[in-house]
Design a protein around this ligand. Structure first.
Ligand code: CA
Length: 530
């Protein structure tokens, strides 16, 4: 039912504030090469930089595409563009210091996407309803953030927010990050400038990419999103489609019959939750067993129903946020909440299994919709956890700064940021994971190993766990390794796309575990430093 048909559409717009457009894009469906650039420099230099780089890459690819592998081709084309922009910038004083970002995608005959980038223009992969960032911004703030010198909330309002740590044209040779991933039919790739990501939320981008329309109207909608979000910068979106797969079920049937079938089994859901031990969870300790079932399980059952029917009322996201907030506000332990969610998961699976046994044609689609709902709950709780982590981390940065100040008498986190050459920005410097993280990872690894080995895929399990472990320990190439881990998981997916949803849950769990470990570790450091 599925085959590769690579098509691409792009749109660039000056935005609502700026007069000129320093963004540029290039689409070559024959060579399967796609590029987005975002130029910078005074007067017209930004436009010259991005336009020149685009033309050099386009010409290079056209002339050499028969001689080189896709990866080699795209890297060489970008270096050629760098040379030209660099020479131009040196040759004319009014173009001195000009440069451009670049994000380029080449798709080879084996349907692998080679993604190369310099600067803060990004590539995203949209797969099975989820959006994943493939590139890592080369900005001063992103570097500070990844070294945990500043927090996420500080990063959002940082004065260096738009300062690139790398660009094309400023040096005789460009440092290019290249990653590749095997594509599947139904995947969508998005290349874009920061004028899109700066003015549209990733949730809105994810939803827009999931639309059933073609790439033409999706790029229109994406640009419109950025304009509605303020349009303070030039905006460029380029969408690459790989051919569509059909959705397994008619959503209308799930909204009606599916939702009713779920609601009819409310008592069963509560009974399964009781059997699973919900009433014994410390989260429910202040409630009587009947209250616990009604409030915790009953409300989730209703929230899932609202989401299925797409009617108003408490939805799963709000339910999970309320539950998680209440628990975390009492300084509750993450693992206990995690165990409670597992009980609810198992109860939902029992209900879905019962619906499936009736042989109703919508059962499969309902399974996907409910599982998706439960993934949303995981994400909401993960968000709360991340907030707490940021809070602890910002306290840590303060503590470190104060410690340094006491030692040297002058250096603070702020003065560090203000120095023109910041020592920790060297990209070769690698900070190993802390002993706490490693210890926790080992625990997570053992647990994951047991789960995966039980599922029967022994060698595959080991390989994935190895990769996930490496991803968590290697700050230099996390995206690349995580992608290969995901690719591996993807191999186990079935035609209807149910498995990727379970993969998503596993991924979410894994990240939560890691975050929880860091939270514990940082708390210990805080306590020791106080
Ligand atoms: Ca820009």
């Amino acid at each position: 039912m599925s085959s590769f048909e690579i098509t691409a559409r792009g749109k660039t717009h000056p935005g609502r504030v700026r007069k000129g457009n320093e963004d540029a894009l290039h689409i070559d469906e024959d060579s399967r090469v796609f590029v987005v650039l975002d130029g910078m420099g005074g007067a017209m230099a930004g436009e010259v930089a991005s336009g020149t780089a685009r033309d050099v890459i386009a010409e290079y690819v056209r002339e050499r595409r028969g001689d080189k592998e896709a990866r080699e081709l795209i890297e060489a084309a970008i270096q050629a563009a760098n040379n030209k922009v660099h020479r131009e910038a040196k040759r004319r004083s009014d173009r001195h210091g000009m440069g451009t970002t670049v994000v380029a995608c080449a798709i080879d005959d084996d349907h692998r996407a080679i993604i190369a980038h310099v600067g803060d223009s990004r590539a995203y992969l949209w797969r099975d309803g989820r959006l994943q960032l493939i590139t890592r911004d080369h900005t001063v703030v992103a570097d500070l953030l990844s070294k945990k010198i500043i927090t996420q909330s500080e990063a959002e309002h940082h004065p260096y927010n738009n300062v690139l740590s790398r660009n094309l044209g400023s040096k005789p040779r460009a440092k290019v990050d290249v990653t590749d991933l095997p594509l599947r039919p139904g995947d969508r790739l998005l290349l874009c400038s920061d004028g899109l990501t700066g003015y549209a939320s990733s949730e809105a981008i994810e939803q827009t990419l999931g639309g059933s329309e073609g790439a033409d109207s999706i790029v229109e909608d994406l640009v419109e999103l950025a304009l509605r979000g303020g349009g303070g910068d030039n905006v460029t979106a380029l969408v690459i489609d790989t051919g569509r797969t059909e959705l397994p079920q008619d959503t209308q049937v799930i909204r009606t019959s599916g939702a009713v079938a779920w609601w009819r089994r409310r008592d069963m859901f509560l009974a399964e939750a009781r059997k699973g031990g919900l009433c014994d969870s410390p989260v429910c300790s202040v409630l009587s067993p009947d209250e616990a079932l009604e409030i915790v399980a009953g409300n989730l059952c209703e929230a899932i129903f609202h989401d299925l029917e797409q009617t108003t009322g408490i939805n799963v996201w709000t339910y999970a946020e309320n539950l998680g907030k209440g628990w975390f506000d009492q300084e509750g332990d993450y693992q206990i909440l995690r165990d409670l969610i597992d009980i609810l998961h198992r109860a939902a699976r029992a209900v879905l299994h019962d619906i499936e046994s009736t042989g109703e044609p919508y059962a499969r689609g309902l399974d996907i919709a409910v599982t998706r709902g439960l993934t949303v709950a995981e994400m909401a709780i993960g968000g709360l956890l991340a907030d707490r982590l940021r809070q602890v981390e910002s306290e840590l940065v303060d503590l470190r700064a104060r410690k340094q100040q006491a030692e040297s008498g002058e250096v603070t986190a702020q003065t560090l940021l203000e120095q023109p050459t910041v020592p920790f920005m060297s990209s070769t410097r690698v900070e190993p994971a802390s002993p706490d993280v490693l210890r926790y990872l080992d625990r997570a690894r053992t647990a994951a190993e047991q789960t995966l080995v039980r599922s029967g895929n022994r060698s595959g399990a080991r390989e994935f766990i190895e990769r996930a472990h490496n991803a968590a320990c290697d700050p230099l190439r996390p995206a690349e390794i995580e992608l290969s881990g995901r690719e591996f998981l993807g191999d186990t997916s079935d035609e209807t796309g149910v498995s990727p949803l379970f993969d998503a849950i596993d991924q979410a769990r894994y990240h939560h575990l890691e975050a929880a470990a860091r939270l514990d570790g940082d708390r210990e450091i805080c306590a020791a430093a106080a």
